[in-house]
Design a protein around this ligand. Structure first.
Ligand code: SF4
Length: 284
């Protein structure tokens, strides 16, 4: 069967052993655990029950999870084993099930939830390079969307991912995800909603400002999480401008744009928090 789950539409017959751009066949994961450092509405009490999937259809050159996104490590698991992981994370007290880079496994993940659907929220944590048709499937199991909106400028997305059409897909996808109704429990934990993330890139704060302009036009229930932890990883060394973290001036320009729009539901990350230590140790 040909796979067209993501905007690459490469039609790879994954069941017969062919690989598409994402590099994925069946289900492969690198780690699952209770992660304490997502946004506070998500890592609320015992931590977010993250499942890190291997392979990626976007393949950013600066990927912080490079070994995973290039499918260089990980463990193959069945649909049933994935549903067992959901159950285990729930039993360990996870605040939610957090599917990290799941796009190329959406059909298998939907199957796993048909075997066991935990009674905690499900977070869809994506690079936003998504087809809305695929998101219609995702919407049958996801309660919370955590889209990372990376670029609007096609020159940037082409340069760092090879996909000039990133924003053509990502902007409608984020609009779709931002429609999720906002629901918090009595303690303030998110049960349903959308948090749009964005990582400021060196020499690209002009694009960050365009993204903030876009976020300002989304429903006012949408949260915005500005990330400033860019640190050179993956193939970043090949790009001279990516060999440094962001500057104080770049960070301030992003904050000014947030203030100018009067955005209220905002999470900020301290500029000094950029560090390779934030990348987890992989289990498989
Ligand atoms: S999910 Fe993978 S195999 Fe499917 S269309 Fe996208 S890149 Fe190709």
């Amino acid at each position: 069967m040909k796979c067209n789950l993501c905007p690459v539409n490469c039609g790879a017959d994954r069941q017969s052993g062919a690989f598409g751009r994402c590099g994925a066949g069946g289900i492969k994961i690198a780690k699952y655990y209770l992660h304490p450092f997502e946004e506070p509405l998500i890592s609320f009490s015992k931590g977010s029950g993250c499942v890190f999937f291997c392979g990626c259809s976007l393949r950013c050159a600066f990927c912080q999870n490079y070994e995973l996104s290039r499918n260089k490590r990980g463990k193959d698991i069945s649909v049933k084993e994935l549903s067992d992981i959901f159950r285990e994370l729930e039993e360990r007290g996870a605040d939610n099930i957090n599917l990290v880079t799941p796009t190329h496994y959406v059909d298998k993940i939907a199957e796993a939830f048909s075997i066991y659907r935990p009674r905690i929220p499900v977070v869809y944590n994506t690079h936003s390079y998504e087809k809305t048709e695929t998101l219609e499937i995702v919407d049958t199991f996801a309660d919370i969307y955590l889209p990372d909106l990376k670029f609007i400028d096609p020159l940037l997305s082409e340069r760092y991912t090879g996909r000039a059409d990133y924003a053509e897909y990502a902007l409608p996808a984020v609009k779709f995800m931002a429609k999720k109704p906002l629901v918090l429990d009595e303690n303030g934990k998110m049960l349903s909603g959308c948090i749009v993330r964005h990582l400021i890139m060196p020499l690209a704060v002009y694009d960050t400002i365009k993204i903030i302009d876009f976020v300002a036009g989304l429903p006012e229930t949408t949260y915005f999480s500005l990330m400033s932890q860019y640190t050179p990883m993956g193939e970043a060394e090949k790009f001279p401008e990516l060999r440094r973290g962001i500057t104080k001036r770049e960070y301030s320009a992003a904050l000014d744009a947030i203030r100018a729009h009067g955005l209220k539901r905002v999470f900020l990350q301290d500029r000094t928090s950029s560090d390779r230590a934030f990348v987890p140790d992989w289990d498989f």
